[in-house]
Each structure stands twice: as structure tokens, then as C-alpha cells.
Design a protein around this ligand. Structure first.
Ligand SMILES: CC[C@H](C(=O)O)C(=O)SCCNC(=O)CCNC(=O)[C@H](O)C(C)(C)COP(=O)(O)OP(=O)(O)OC[C@H]1O[C@@H](n2cnc3c(N)ncnc32)[C@H](O)[C@@H]1OP(=O)(O)O
Ligand SMILES: [Co+2]
Length: 134
């Protein structure tokens, strides 16, 4: 079912500062910030030869990553995103197997304009998993 690793996401308290670290200290090319109000985050992407790094900071009052940052104020690895060929059949299969699909179970459009879903970290070895339609 899962295919390519689309990105590894790092939640940060200050997106501008984290962008400067990746750009100036690690010499990375960082995309301009993208506000995603439907997801409660602002994101940037760092294109690597073999995958992407997503840096994300809370946007608005009810960001789903605020509690994570309250627990880890300097930030940390937040989720991994795998690509799937068919996100609906992947979702249905996962639900049949008892995995918890977060939200209302319907995909939302993610930062790449593709449908995405999230799976509860407790069902996947303490790791929040995002699925993105390839
Ligand atoms: C623009 C879209 C973009 C893209 O790539 O396209 C994105 O990636 S958007 C990313 C932001 N959106 C989301 O993360 C949506 C899914 N996440 C959620 O719904 C919540 O973050 C949730 C439910 C996973 C956790 O929320 P919260 O921390 O408020 O819940 P709890 O305090 O009840 O935590 C439950 C339990 O899980 C542990 N936890 C929480 N977050 C993570 C995490 N990122 N990785 C691993 N574990 C996590 C938390 O510590 C609790 O564990 P416990 O042992 O019970 O204390
Ligand atoms: Co993501």
C-alpha cells in the first residue's frame, strides 16, 4: 500500500527562525511560507534529492500541532508522509484493520494540492502518519 516517502515534517515554534537555520546553516533551498488555514499550520518545504522536509508552525487558535509544541517547546519530528496510489481504498483498508483515521475520515487537500489523511500515532509505533494521494 504505502509508496514513496513524500516528506518528513518537523514542527517548530518559529518558522522564520527554522527557515533561516535550514537556509543559512544547512545551505538548503526553502520554499516561501504557505498558510494552510484548513490545517491550522503555516508550512515551508525543503526539496532534497530523495524526499522533502516540511517545517510547520501553528496557524490560528486551534492548531492541531499546538499541544505537540507545548510538550516539546523547541520543536521536533512531527509526522512522516507516505504516498499511496488510491487514498480512499487505503483508508477503507486501514479502517477495516482497526486503524484510527483522524478527523472525519474524509481526505482534505494538503500542501501539495493532493488529498491527505492522518493516522493516529498510537497505532503506528508512536509516529503520526500522513498519507498523500500520489
Ligand atoms: C497543510 C497540510 C500539511 C501537508 O503535509 O499537506 C500537513 O502535514 S498538516 C499537519 C498538521 N495536521 C495534523 O497533524 C493533523 C493530524 N493531527 C492531529 O489530529 C493531532 O495532532 C493528534 C490527534 C495526532 C494529536 O493531537 P494532540 O497532541 O492534541 O492530542 P493528544 O494530546 O490527545 O495526543 C494523543 C497522544 O498522541 C501523542 N502524539 C500527539 N501528537 C503526536 C505526534 N505528532 N507524534 C507522535 N505522538 C503524538 C501524544 O503525546 C499523546 O500520547 P500520550 O502517550 O497519550 O500522552
Ligand atoms: Co505533512
Amino acid at each position: 500500500m504505502i509508496g514513496r516517502l513524500n516528506h518528513v515534517a518537523i514542527a517548530v515554534p518559529d518558522l522564520e527562525a527554522a527557515t533561516a537555520t535550514y537556509r543559512d546553516t544547512l545551505g538548503a533551498k526553502v520554499s516561501p511560507p504557505q498558510e494552510e488555514p484548513d490545517h491550522g499550520v503555516t508550512v515551508v518545504f525543503i526539496e532534497l534529492p530523495n524526499t522533502k522536509i516540511e517545517l510547520l508552525e501553528p496557524l490560528g487558535e486551534n492548531s492541531p500541532i499546538q499541544a505537540f509544541l507545548d510538550r516539546s517547546p523547541s520543536g521536533g519530528i512531527h509526522h512522516v508522509c507516505y504516498e499511496v496510489d488510491d487514498i480512499i481504498s487505503a483508508r477503507d483498508r486501514l479502517k477495516e484493520q482497526g486503524a484510527r483515521v483522524l478527523g472525519n475520515g474524509e481526505p482534505k487537500v494538503g500542501a501539495h494540492g493532493k488529498p491527505v489523511l492522518f493516522l493516529h500515532p498510537k497505532d503506528f509505533n508512536g509516529t503520526l502518519v500522513e498519507l498523500e494521494q500520489a
